[in-house]
Design a protein around this ligand. Structure first.
Ligand code: SF4
Length: 347
């Protein structure tokens, strides 16, 4: 791997430290930050108000680009998927989901190359995790999408390749840069961390004092079914997971969203809906039902419209705050790892 780290992976205080160690006044850090995020330049040479020796020093110590766009699929009026190559030739994906009527653009980022957790329906976890992304690489994804879009996105969701809590420190650093008022300025509530249910990560996030959204993939109402889909359930079964979620809500006052992908005849039957109601009816939360996006690696099928509607109605009637994700949103799930998997197979 490249020894130099990305300049975009530095927090303001780290830039200040760097300037201090280079005998530069503290205001230089602010100037650099401004070039990076307000002016969004793409090279050190463009930072015109910095002395040339400082620009040279920055170039000696940091890289500007550590990912390159390889492929774009789809268009900006719908869902657009972007495939990136990292400096070590590994591949990751990001997805842009525009909602022009609501003047809202969401970018879904990856946080690891591959994934340790091997969920059955996901192309990203079939071959394990190769490495973590740095905060700079995660920010690089958002910057590339910003360039593509011509403006910064309003929402960032960590729902791409990888499990955010398996790369906790770099993800949190990226969140702080995205949230910084002079960085991307994206409100904490517009940043969603999505976990497959890694309990220590949920416990740690509860202590951060951040107002980010947390979404947890549940996908089944009992351990037997969930373990068939998600090996993570063997480490942290539903009772433990919900215990950690309840503590999280108590501590942060934040409601958790549970993701539930509907798979035909597997977890979409009336008894599954009833079991889910039983599990969550006293739990202050939201449930997001997601139509399955078929992937080559998984033989499960999308539920019928009727089954989805009935499932939704059962939850709604029981007073659960439930949404059924539209097809555009479900394309986000579909994006998780499929471009990368296809390109990797070609290679
Ligand atoms: S769904 Fe998420 S946690 Fe599960 S294997 Fe895919 S990337 Fe990993």
């Amino acid at each position: 791997m490249n020894q130099k780290i990305s300049i975009h992976g530095l927090l303001p205080q780290e830039l200040e430290e760097f300037c201090r160690s280079a005998a530069q006044p503290a205001f230089r850090a602010k100037q650099i930050w401004d070039w990076l995020y307000a002016k969004r330049v793409s090279s050190f040479e463009e930072m015109k108000n910095l002395p040339a020796p400082l620009r040279a020093l920055l170039a000696d110590n940091f890289v500007f680009h550590d990912l390159a766009k390889l492929e774009t699929k789809g268009n900006q009026s719908e869902t657009q998927k972007l495939l990136f190559e990292l400096v070590d030739n590994e591949l990751v994906e990001a997805v842009l989901i525009p909602a022009p009527r609501r003047k809202k653009n969401t970018v879904c980022v990856s946080c690891q190359v591959g994934c340790l957790f091997g969920c059955a329906f996901c192309a990203s976890g079939q071959k394990g995790v190769i490495r973590n992304l740095t905060a700079g690489e995660i920010i690089g994804e958002v910057l590339e999408v910003t360039r593509e879009l011509g403006e910064r996105p309003n929402n960032v969701v960590f729902m791409g390749i990888g499990e955010p809590f398996d790369n906790y420190d770099e993800v949190m650093k990226a969140v702080r840069i995205l949230n910084h008022p002079d960085g991307f300025g994206i409100g904490a509530r517009k940043i969603t961390i999505s976990s497959c249910g890694v309990v220590p990560g949920i416990q740690r996030l509860a202590e951060e004092g951040l107002q980010v959204e947390l979404s947890v993939s549940l996908h089944a109402p009992d351990d037997e079914l969930r373990s068939q889909l998600m090996p993570v359930n063997k480490s942290w079964p539903i009772r433990k997971l919900l215990g950690a979620c309840a503590d999280y809500t108590k501590k942060t006052n934040r409601i958790i969203t549970f993701e539930y992908t509907l798979i035909r005849d597997f977890n979409d039957q009336p008894e599954h809906a009833a079991a889910l109601v039983h599990l969550l009816r006293k739990f202050p939360s939201r449930v997001n039902l997601i139509p399955l996006s078929p992937v080559d690696e998984f033989e499960g099928k999308r539920s019928t419209q009727t089954a989805m509607r009935h499932f939704f109605q059962t939850l709604e009637k029981a007073g659960i705050n439930v949404t059924l994700r539209d097809s555009k949103g479900s394309a986000l799930e579909a994006a998780c790892g499929q471009l990368r998997a296809r390109r990797s197979r070609k290679r």
